[in-house]
Design a protein around this ligand. Structure first.
Ligand code: PLP
Length: 482
């Protein structure tokens, strides 16, 4: 894609779309933000958007749809069975993802539920580049285990490695051999590995994983939720593909997998999700679970309008201008915060900018959730809502022991085509201020801890009066500004 240069030399990202429907935002006073934190148990999932200025919690289901998507929603052919809208979606899956069978599901984790139900049992081990929270929860719920097999460089925060999401091939073979291929129902590769900062894998790595899967006769499952951006970064960073287009790279990626599943809340900027394959046996095995858990095979728990939006959104994955917008904005935010000394996960990945709470809050022990504390502190001083991705997002093991995360990150999601550059500049400004005042941030402890996916609904409290001290400093520096 051609870069657009500014005569001034200030090469800032340029929005290649115009805004035609807007939603008013509220920036509520810092005192109200403090109350909201206490009401929501210092958990950003429990805040109301009424109190949130920029919602950078997630990119799941929060992306801007195109005019073509919205107009397609109006011609939705509502039918329980045999909807023409579903036929259009199937055609899109065939054209874009090159898979002839599609099982529709209501969102990404529903695909994980069905795959785990079909393939995972006690004693199973699923090798993967890295876990995703819901993928892991579904596997462990069935008594399976995961093996995370990244290279060491994936955990280096300040790195220039282009493909930190690569699977460690030596470790993959070791795991398969030591547990036995019969206990490995599938290998899972996650495009743009979410929890390590949205970091891509290379095509060569995926090819190498495919070769190992073939050697041991194993299925390769691709989590394609963030595949559009992974494909874009392959074009940017992998020599062999620098002149390739999105359509080609996406097809090569899906072609290397036996099963490809995705959250359409990300891929295709709509809602819903899907599991697709060219393998008839796989299709038949998984098919029975769709009417059981999701809905009939031609809507899978989605509204038919979403089915139409998804079909159009899948074709838009071919457009590098559309797919690159979010990664380019993320790179801008990461590079500008990095220039101000804020420790950021580098290189910039996809889905959001990731702030290294382990360094910023090095004075907070990991069992007091430094990334969760940073998320709460940042909301307090800015109204910007991010998400903890660290120990708080982990689940306790079978003995109730809390595993400390390899990384403590505050993720500031940049939903696709939602925010403007001045809004990102506000984020940059407030985060730079918080970094200067980081010593004022303190820890958190649980007051209500759910047994599964505790980060969603758990309630916490600060371990001291640090939020009050932080607010006092904010008021000192910002006066009566919001
Ligand atoms: C978001 C996400 C999922 C889950 O998708 P939902 O639609 O939110 O359930 C699974 N895998 C990856 C890599 C994701 O980013």
């Amino acid at each position: 894609m051609q870069e657009i240069k500014f005569y001034s030399g200030e090469n800032i990202p340029l929005e290649l779309h115009k805004v035609r429907i807007v939603q008013k935002l509220n920036l509520v006073p810092v005192e109200r933000r403090m109350e909201a934190l206490y009401e929501g148990g210092f958990n950003t999932f429990k805040l109301s958007t009424r109190d949130v200025f920029l919602d950078m919690l997630t990119d799941s289901g929060t992306n801007a749809m195109s005019d073509n998507q919205v107009s397609a929603m109006l011609r939705a052919d509502d039918a329980y069975a045999g909807s023409q809208s579903f036929e259009r979606l199937q055609k899109a899956v065939e054209d874009v993802l090159d898979k002839k069978y599609l099982l529709p599901v209501h969102q990404g984790r529903a695909a994980e539920n069905i795959l785990s139900e079909a393939y995972v049992q006690k004693g199973s081990i699923i090798p993967m580049n890295y876990h995703f929270t819901t993928a892991m929860a579904h596997i462990t719920l069935r008594g399976g285990q995961i093996a995370e097999l990244l290279y060491d460089e994936a955990y280096v925060i300040n790195s220039d490695h282009p493909f930190k999401g690569n699977m460690n091939l030596e470790k993959l073979e070791e795991v398969i051999q030591s547990y036995g291929p019969e206990n490995v129902p599938f290998i899972r590769m996650e495009a743009s590995t979410n929890l390590i900062g949205g970091q891509p894998f290379s095509m060569q790595n995926l090819r190498d994983v495919r070769a190992i899967a073939d050697k041991y006769g194993l299925l390769l499952v691709l989590d394609a939720s963030l595949m559009g951006e992974n494909a874009y970064l392959i074009i940017q960073r992998e020599e062999e593909f620098k002149n390739s287009d999105m359509a080609t790279v996406v097809k090569l990626m899906t072609g290397l997998s036996d099963i490809c599943y995705f959250s359409a809340r990300k891929l295709s900027c709509s809602r819903g999700g899907g599991i697709c394959t060219n393998n008839t046996d796989v299709y038949k095995k998984l098919q029975v679970f769709v009417p059981l858990y999701e809905g009939f095979l031609t809507y899978g728990g989605m509204s038919i309008r979403e089915v139409e939006a998804m079909a159009v959104g899948l074709y838009e994955v071919w457009d590098e201008t559309i797919v690159s917008q979010s990664p380019i904005f993320i790179k801008y935010l990461v590079d500008s915060l990095d220039a101000k000394g804020v420790p950021m996960v580098k290189p910039a990945g996809v889905l959001g900018a990731h702030v290294d709470a382990m360094q910023i809050c090095s004075h907070i022990p990991q069992n007091q959730y430094p990334a969760g504390a940073l998320a709460a502190a940042f909301f307090l001083i800015s109204g910007v809502r991010g998400m903890e991705r660290g120990t708080l997002s982990n689940q306790r093991d079978e003995n109730g022991v809390e595993p400390l995360a390899n990384m403590e990150l505050l993720r500031l999601a940049v939903p696709r085509r939602v925010f403007t550059l001045s809004q990102l500049k506000y984020v940059e400004d407030r985060m730079a201020w918080l970094y200067q005042n980081r010593h004022l941030i303190g820890g958190l402890r649980f007051i209500e801890e759910p047994p599964v996916l505790r980060f969603f609904m758990g309630k916490l409290e600060p371990t001291s009066d640090w939020p009050q001290k932080l607010m006092a400093k904010f008021k000192e520096d910002f006066g009566d500004s919001l």
